[in-house]
Design a protein around this ligand. Structure first.
Ligand code: PMT
Length: 222
């Protein structure tokens, strides 16, 4: 029987939404359920890869059969991903990472006082872009969650973050994006649109994405 297409490959997948602390009991996060990242991780494992999931806040549990590392913030996610970076063959960044975090998280619960409260935010590291700049042999798959200008923003992110593939979802479409069991994605590479997938389950989309990655890796002789 032929070897599985991703046998011997180390795949790292990020999933969920990061948590950025305001104080010990409050935080900023987003609607990512983790489903898309988990589906990608399962697909990679089915195709024979050695998979590690880097999991932020999610609404469903990670698949039990996959090695999962739990993190909270974008900074922690960056540390977990970069610690594995040198051995990584494929990195898939399905997680929704906060672009900003509170500048000075309070040590104690913030007490109610005046009518207004200013929360100062500072920019988080862009994990994908930082690793994209350091890319050597790794195959990098980014995601883009957009509400408008899907193609333009997706192509821009692909280039800026030095991705090999970019999976774009219009999160305003019914059956696509955050929380749903299905997704509608367009996959781009540096030359343009590669695949436009109809509404399918996140499991099916995950498999299509990882099959394409496996093909590209094999084509590059990796
Ligand atoms: O988890 P689900 O409920 O199943 O929802 C799936 C999803 C909508 C979260 C997923 O399909 C998706 O689109 N994930 C990416 C969400 C996102 O943060 O997109 P973005 O356009 O803001 O970021 C672009 C890329 O850069 C992403 O790969 C992101 O992981 C990465 N990024 C962003 C900011 C940052 N500071 N560091 C990053 O690495």
């Amino acid at each position: 029987r032929a070897a599985l297409p991703l046998a011997g490959k180390k795949v790292v997948v990020t999933a969920g939404g990061t948590i950025e602390r305001i104080d010990p009991v409050r935080y900023i996060t987003n609607d990512s359920s983790g489903k898309m990242g988990f589906a990608v991780a399962k697909a990679a494992q089915e195709l024979g890869a050695d998979v590690t999931l880097i999991v932020a806040r999610t609404q469903v549990d990670p698949p039990v059969q996959i090695n999962a590392v739990h993190v909270e913030s974008a900074v922690e996610m960056y540390e977990a991903v970069s610690a594995r970076w040198r051995e990584t063959d494929i990195l898939v960044k399905a997680a929704a990472v906060a672009d900003y975090r509170p500048k000075s998280p309070a040590q104690h619960k913030i007490k109610k006082s005046g009518d207004e409260l200013q929360l100062e935010l500072v920019k988080n590291i862009d994990i994908l872009q930082t690793l994209g700049e350091q890319k050597t042999t790794q195959f990098l798959i980014g995601f883009a969650a957009e509400t408008d200008h899907l193609e333009q923003y997706a192509k821009d992110k692909l280039k800026r973050k030095n991705c090999d593939l970019l999976v774009a979802n219009d999160v305003t479409q019914t059956g696509a994006g955050f929380g749903t069991d299905t997704n509608i994605v367009n996959i781009y590479d540096a030359a343009g649109l590669v695949q436009s997938l109809p509404m399918i389950t996140k499991e099916e989309a995950g498999l299509r994405i990882m099959e394409l990655a496996a093909e590209r890796l094999a084509g590059a002789g990796k």
